[in-house]
Write a protein that binds this ligand. Structure first.
Ligand code: MG
Length: 168
């Protein structure tokens, strides 16, 4: 199942390595010696989780159906416009982040704001592409993979790197 999900992500223009880069940027300050390979391994471990697979399959299916105008109104228009008050995409992504406990929440919120790396590219919705769900889902995967690394290193987890640090 994980390989299917990785294939689907690639078909939507997202490579595992790009998610690993985001994880690395979140964690390198707190984990001495962390490598991009460690981050990639963590992303793959997250993508092994049924919660992550199901959320990704569901959200990307909705994005693709919206692209093809195959959803009923008014849902179609809401998803195509990526309406700011439609929060189901974020809620679905939290199903991924929550797998590693609340420690990933700070990172998820941060990624939602910074639109770092591939998340920003997805959020631009180039051409006819609809990535309303995918950008949040990738943030969810990255936040979960970062939380997993934090747990492995058994340390408190600031989670963000730009002065917005949460305590504890
Ligand atoms: Mg979104």
């Amino acid at each position: 199942m994980r390989e299917k999900v990785i294939e689907m992500l690639a078909s939507r223009g997202v490579q595992v390595g790009e998610i690993a880069e985001i994880v690395f940027s979140l964690q390198r300050e707190y984990v001495p010696g962390l490598s991009i390979e460690d981050c990639e391994e963590s992303v793959l471990a997250v993508l092994d989780k049924r919660e992550a697979q199901h959320a990704l399959l569901t959200g990307v299916a909705l994005d693709v159906l919206a692209e093809k105008d195959q959803l009923p109104e008014p849902l179609l228009a809401i998803i195509k416009r990526d309406e700011p008050l439609y929060g189901v995409d974020e809620i679905l992504a939290l199903a991924i982040t929550n797998v590693y406990g609340s420690v990933g929440l700070t990172s998820f919120g941060y990624l939602d704001k910074c639109k770092c790396g591939v998340i920003g590219r997805l959020n631009d919705h180039a051409g006819n592409r609809v990535n309303t769900f995918l950008d949040d889902l990738i943030a969810g995967v990255a936040a979960a993979a970062a939380a997993r690394i934090a747990h492995q290193h058994g340390r408190s987890y600031p989670g963000v790197t730009d002065g917005m640090q949460a305590k504890g």
